[in-house]
Design a protein around this ligand. Structure first.
Ligand SMILES: [Fe+2]
Length: 322
């Protein structure tokens, strides 16, 4: 079969939406070919990121699929995004696709490369643009983010939710909104160095396991330490996103006034996103219930910010006229 296949540049699959109308193969050796992505299931960004990291140059398609492949190459995600005929829903779905791919690339690296960090920045900018252009953005994102691989979608959700909370707090200019979004995006990258069995444990963690989980802000900070495209403000957010105003947080148990304000926002968006997501040990909470839980957790989050968050998200869940 290998002779029938046409090589295509793996880079053409970067910045693409997940849907493909053709099958894709990977050459394992001269006479061994694996069917890696199919037209029914689409691209798997994580696997794609692994191949790119392993320096795979070409993927393969069947000759009869050449037309479909060319159409795919001519319509990368940024073209779909910029097309004035693309609906708002499709735009956001495309942006989430691009973000998920960027996330996959970030999460398969030990250190975040400059190019990937710059791409993240561009994505965040697009979210900020969408937020200002369309009042429906949050509702659409809430609907789309509620599925998929937890760590990616959670990071995307935290990034977006943080920007909405920051914007509603009225204290952030465009640059600060982007920094908050970037911080939300990267806040949990340290988790990639914690064993999956611990992160996804369906049972309560042992003391030793907890101690390991608590390393993730520091591990995350180390991962972005040498990436010049990441500003210091983003580093503070990654490092402080588990600190709590009452001083019971980690890694340094610092108190409210000392915690970097944008880190408090990301902490809240993080808690909210976790509550509305299905976890191995419990089902997802509704938006209303999640907000109640946040309001009851005294001292864990900034009180004023909890109010802002409640205002932002109750608007989305309630259909009744105010
Ligand atoms: Fe975290």
């Amino acid at each position: 079969m290998k002779d029938e296949l046409i090589p295509v540049d793996i880079q053409t699959f970067r910045n693409a939406t997940r849907d493909i109308d053709f099958d894709v193969y990977l050459k394992l050796s001269d006479d061994n070919v694996a069917h890696v992505f199919s037209r029914t299931t689409g691209l798997d960004y994580k696997r794609l990121a692994h191949y790119i990291q392993k320096d795979v140059k070409n993927l393969y398609i069947k000759p009869q699929d050449l037309k479909a492949y060319q159409a795919f190459v001519n319509r990368p995600a940024h073209v779909i995004f910029a097309d004035p005929n693309t609906t708002q829903e499709k735009k956001i779905a495309t942006l989430l696709n691009m973000t998920e791919q960027n996330m996959a690339e970030i999460f398969t690296q030990f250190n975040v490369p400059e190019e990937t960090a710059q791409y993240s920045q561009r994505l965040i900018r697009s979210y900020v643009d969408l937020m200002t252009q369309s009042p429906n953005t949050l509702a659409i994102i809430l609907k789309l983010v509620s599925h998929g691989e937890y760590l990616y979608y959670h990071s995307i959700a935290v990034s977006i939710f943080s920007m909405f909370i920051a914007k509603a707090s009225g204290q952030f200019n465009q640059r600060m909104l982007e920094l908050v979004g970037m911080g939300g995006f990267l806040h949990d990258i340290g988790c990639t160095q914690i064993p999956k069995e611990i992160l996804m444990s369906p049972t309560e963690l042992t003391q030793e396991q907890w101690a390991e989980v608590k390393q993730h802000p520091k591990l995350g900070l180390n991962m972005i330490a040498n990436t010049a495209a990441i500003p210091d403000e983003v580093r503070y957010i990654v490092y402080q996103h588990h600190e709590e105003p009452c001083g019971q947080g980690y890694p340094n148990a610092i108190h409210g006034p000392v915690i970097y304000y944008p880190a408090k926002i990301v902490a809240l968006a993080d808690a909210f996103s976790a509550l509305i997501s299905k976890r191995p040990f419990r089902p997802a909470y509704s938006v209303e219930r999640a907000l109640e839980i946040l309001q009851q957790g005294t001292g864990r989050h900034d009180r004023e910010l909890v109010k802002v968050t409640t205002a932002v998200f109750s608007r989305q869940s309630g259909k009744k006229a105010a």
